[in-house]
Design a protein around this ligand. Sequence first.
Ligand code: KIV
Length: 266
Amino acid sequence: MSAKSVTVRQLQEMKSQQQKISVLTSYDASLTHLMEEAGVDVILVGDSLGMVIQGQESTLPVTLDEMIYHARNVARARERTLLIADMPFMSYRTPDLALESAGRLMKEGGAHMVKLEGGATQIEVIRQITAQGIPVCGHLGLLPQSVHKLGGYRVQGREADRAEAIRQEALALQDAGIDMLVLECVPSALASEITLSLRIPVIGIGAGINCDGQVLVVYDMLGMNPHPPRFVKDFLKTGGSILQALRDYVAAVKDGSFPADEHGFS
Ligand code: KIV
């Protein structure tokens, strides 16, 4: 990493200083160059690429080799951003396999951190990966890799017992060693509570304004999703160019004008 790169430590300091963290997905070099110019802090090579690049119905078919391919394309273009790569479905079903997969995403994909979905069941996996010095980002709330178990892409944690389970899982993941947490599609009040209770940065998507930062799928915020979820804002509509839309997104995350109430859930 170059001296000017965003680091895990800096993200932690940004949380402490209440500076918001801007995160976007990217899957290629061209968009990554523009994100660098726009001042995005963190790029996530998400397994959402299965849907937005490959046209699959879910993220489940994405392979580790495909994740490595896209991560490498992004890694070649990045300069300052911290690069997170998603661990695809079934690539972390045992601690040993998870370590092998995470190692490949770092060595071959150029990632600085890996992200995996789930709570209590992932504690051993997280311990195994972090013990080797690999930073891990957790992911709670709506878990796209569990879409069939969840019965669709729906808000999680509205019922008191589910909300409490997510609260406890967030603390357990932090204790297991994660450096960052993504909260997807949970009520804004729950996300706010969890953000306050954790030392590590919490990045929201459909989780309200009080998270430490925000993430969106880049094609969604560029208006390319014909059926955008409620938490998405089309920044290209007002920005007029891709670069300006990216700049506006970063500015809106930083000054707290995105997400607005209408992008969140109660
Ligand atoms: O795969 C992805 O792009 C993600 C984000 C939506 C958080 O996990």
